[in-house]
Design a binder for this molecule. Sequence first.
Ligand code: MN
Length: 253
Amino acid sequence: MKILLTNDDGIRAPGLAVLEEIARQFSDDIWICAPDEEQSGMGHALTLTRPVRLRRHDERRFSVTGTPTDAVTMGLRRVIDGPPDLILSGVNRGANLADDITYSGTVSAAIEGALAGVRSIALSQVYAREGAGDASSFAAAREWGARVLQPLLDTPLPKRTLINVNFPPLPADRVRGIRATRQGFHDYSRGTVVEGRDPRGFTYYWFGLEQIEHTLDHGTDLEAVDEGFISVTPLQLDLTHHSSLGTLGERYS
Ligand code: MN
């Protein structure tokens, strides 16, 4: 089984090493093509206004000076001979739950894989405390990753669908199990805007991630992680709101 690994935290991110550990439990045919620098929050951006560079770190490990989508594109078109059987994106440092997924480079890399017709899975480790940086723990992902992935390797997945996995911020032995979930929704828009002054006296703004309020609707990814379970959500790329289609059609008739 040929597996392409990528992420949005960059080629040097600890979570990518965790993902490689997990993937090696299934195959030795592992290829890595990840962004050169952290690209969290870049969503499904594709670099169009400047060239990207492909850097070779060893025979099967590459980085791209661009977004997660750039990395998957280069992985599929320039790095690997023939399509991989599986694309794994992560393990992201931080949650990709509910509406987070529209911002997520981690999930978007899996979206790019799904668009290319490859089975694609995004993995994210929720952390308990903001600001842990590289000290964030990937314990739950490391211990449970293979168990979560095993059934996903041969589960039939329709075209243009992908899987979004989130590990709760718990030591591995306190994780309560794995739940199939639907996407939840946060109650209001993202985080905070922090204002500061740079060394030259100019004002800058920096978007912060604070604990976002949400209602823990039953069956959602948010509820599962809150209750100590690993969340496994099937996602689809058809964003059409089908029940509004008729209404809208009538307005234009
Ligand atoms: Mn990230």
